[in-house]
Design a protein around this ligand. Structure first.
Ligand code: FES
Length: 118
């Protein structure tokens, strides 16, 4: 079922908004490039709201002393112990196969943002 969560203008670039749908806490995010994402708003480690965290990037490197800053604004960092989640997939960066948060489909129609919850 599709739920209206806010007006388009409420969710500016690089911002997020926590909403509750069917008693589930969900964070809706507008990335730096304007795309919308929605994830379960609960960290799988100890349970705080991920919406209290921050949207950042991550560093990668092929050898010591070398790093590249990537995915700016696409990594949601937990406010408690800094676990990082890719907003596109919900997967954690440290163990993407086993530690992840659920993602939801988001659409934008005629000035309203909708989240699809099955
Ligand atoms: S509670 Fe989120 S990383 Fe520990």
């Amino acid at each position: 079922m599709k739920y209206s969560v806010c007006e388009t203008k409420e969710l500016k670039t690089g911002k997020m908004k926590a909403v509750t749908i069917e008693r589930k806490s969900i964070v809706v995010i507008r990335s730096q490039n304007g795309k919308l994402y929605a994830l379960r708003n609960v960290c799988p480690h100890k349970g705080p709201a991920l919406s209290d965290g921050s949207l950042e990037g991550t560093c990668t490197g092929s050898e010591p002393g070398e790093y590249t800053l990537e995915k700016m604004g696409e990594i949601l960092k937990c406010p408690w112990h800094n676990w990082e989640f890719d907003i596109k997939t919900g997967c954690s960066l440290f163990d993407p196969e086993n530690v992840r948060v659920k993602t939801y489909s988001v659409t934008e129609e005629e000035g309203t943002v909708y989240v699809q919850v099955k």
